[in-house]
Design a protein around this ligand. Sequence first.
Ligand SMILES: *Cc1c(COP(=O)(O)O)cnc(C)c1O
Length: 389
Amino acid sequence: MNINEILSHHGEDRKKYFNSIAPPIIQASNFVFDNLDDFRSAFVDELENHIYSRGNNPTVKILRKKIAALEGTEDALVLGSGASAIAAAVIGNVKAGDHIVCVEAPYGWTHKLLTIFLERFGVSHTFVDGRSMSEIENAIQANTKVLYLESPNSITFDCQDLRACSQLAKSKGITTIIDNSYASPIYQKPAQFGIDIMVHSASKYLSGHSDVVAGVICANKEMIQKIFKSEYMTLGTILSPNDAALVIRGLRTLPLRLERSFQTATEIVARLEKHPAVERVLFPFSKSFPQYDLATSQMSGAGGLFSVILKAKDIQEMENFVHRLQRFLLAVSWGGYESLVMPFCAFYNVPGRENSTVPWNLVRFYIGLEEVDYLWEDISDALAEIGGS
Ligand SMILES: *Cc1c(COP(=O)(O)O)cnc(C)c1O
């Protein structure tokens, strides 16, 4: 379906609500029936019919339709967070005694889902370097049911070969799940390569304004029905109609925002790569990226997220650099209008916590919608704090 059609019209039916341009926020928990026959038949499909908002809400449904169309899947579910979308998608495809192959160092709460939560229920896992198809293949056991991918991940941007992963998994009856938050459906559509389930943190690009926490699951109808009837309805981590309306609003400008962030990030990466205080930049669409060929063969763009390894002599220099930045906000998350910095020296020497496995001289930048020179002025100022420059 045409992207303009999806973002501006698909899933909406303005005649149903007084020809209002923007869809109404149906702030209702339950829906009324005229008679018992209608009431009975509604239960045939709780995902499509209007009974109770834990199952289906008209505002949320508009969002579901747009998201599914964006990813090119038959259907989608939207949930109260990316973490709950990941949990529902994974749990929905395993039982006690099963095994999961997962890329190493996935998103933090995905890691905890496998290592703490699912371990308690007898589901085991193996973490692999997803850059190597042979490592993935060697980790597969007779009881492997899920291959979990993050391509690229959101710190070092390691990629997996999605075509090869899907072929391998299909040949062994394994379900593939990918966290597609980094690329968004604008720049990567894993269903085209045969990946079964796409999950997103919609708190990032899809909503795009740093004011909603939300998640999505995209898959074929059968898979969506399966997850809906068990994990979705049981765990009840739904998105409120209000938040669904905010994500719908965010989607209107999704391609514009991504294009802008991607362009600005590309320019800033090019300037950083020439700077004497910079050891390396990690950005999948930079020619210096080790998996550049793979990344550009399966993504049509990269968005605004990249990491920089600085030639700092110690953590103090990194802290000085971060504190000197004025126009990048020190915060987690990404995908909004505002530029952000996440320095990994923050995860060193924290009482009661192990040091991060990510190098202390790595900072992740997220480039928002500001102008390139406004941001570069700030970064180049702050780089004066790094001894190597
Ligand atoms: C933020 C994020 C998540 C978790 O999403 P929430 O909406 O915060 O629950 C999952 N994966 C990636 C790659 C993320 O960046």
